[in-house]
Design a protein around this ligand. Structure first.
Ligand code: G3P
Ligand code: CA
Length: 269
């Protein structure tokens, strides 16, 4: 049975997460699709970022020290464009891949000054390579973006004619329902951090096509039941070879991994 190899935040073990450089790496490694996270800026633009704040993955503390706690939604896109979202990777070596010699000096040099991508740029990159992407809409509750983020993301996917290349997911299941109201044909996935009491009922209620559980709490029975009901199971975020093997045996539809190179090897590619 085939398993989708999903490069989590791009191939983030080998490049700064959620940049086009990480996406390029995932593509070069042969991942079937990549995953990115969407946040909303002060001026209502959609950007690719995981955290609510900018500190971990940029030099914002040095450039805008007075703007602590550096919440993304308090910055305009033009301000975000002044920041470097790449240099932190070499400094922090988050997966010890620099130390292991898996990242070349040339690659590290390219990471310096990497810009935050807009969602439009990320989608255009994906489309230009006939690739696919899982867009995770981060919960924008308590920020102005909450009112429009879903409709804006769905609108962009439609404008770029990418319905066949996109899965929209969120931990906020109201967002998942709103996607379907914006366009019933967009493929969606319900993310869960804890096991849903009844995953199939959750999918029926939200109208989603996939159940995206935390791999830590998944069991074979759940995978088999969800798959037998005609839905996909896309598991996050799994990096250890033994865990990847077990999930493949259970028949999951796809795996989000920071190491798409590892999963591809197990898939015999
Ligand atoms: O979409 C799967 C995974 O990305 C969800 O968790 O925290 O990495 O966004 P997180
Ligand atoms: Ca994510």
């Amino acid at each position: 049975m085939s398993v989708l190899n999903i490069a989590h935040r791009g191939a983030r073990s080998l490049a700064p997460e959620n940049t086009l450089l990480a996406a390029e790496k995932g593509l070069a490694l042969g991942a079937d699709l990549w995953e990115l996270d969407v946040a909303v800026t002060l001026d209502g633009e959609l950007v690719v970022l995981h955290d609510d704040t900018l500190e971990r993955t940029s030099n914002v503390a040095a450039v805008f020290p007075e703007r602590r706690p550096w919440s993304v939604w308090t910055f305009a896109l033009a301000e975000l464009r002044q920041l470097d979202f790449g240099s932190w990777y070499a400094e922090k070596d988050p997966f010890s891949q620099v130390r292991a010699g898996a990242v070349s000096a040339g690659e590290l040099a390219r990471f310096k000054g990497a810009p935050i991508p807009t969602l439009r740029e990320a989608l255009e990159f994906t489309r230009s390579h006939q690739w696919r992407v899982n867009i995770e809409i981060k919960d924008a509750a308590h920020t102005p973006g909450d009112a429009f983020v879903v409709e804006k993301v769905a609108g962009l996917v439609k404008e770029l004619d990418m319905l066949d290349r996109v899965i929209l997911s969120s931990f906020n299941h109201d967002y998942i329902k709103r996607v379907k109201t914006a366009d019933a044909d967009i493929v969606t996935a319900a993310l869960v951090d804890q096991p849903a009491p009844d995953p199939v009922a959750l999918l029926e209620k939200t109208g989603a096509q996939a159940y995206n559980p935390n791999g830590k709490f998944l069991d074979e029975k759940t995978v088999r039941a969800v798959r037998a009901a005609g839905y996909d199971v896309l598991v996050w975020t799994v990096n250890e070879e033994a865990d990847l093997r077990v999930l493949m045996e259970w028949g999951v539809s796809g795996i989000f991994t920071d190491f798409p190179q590892r999963l591809n090897r197990l898939l015999g590619r």
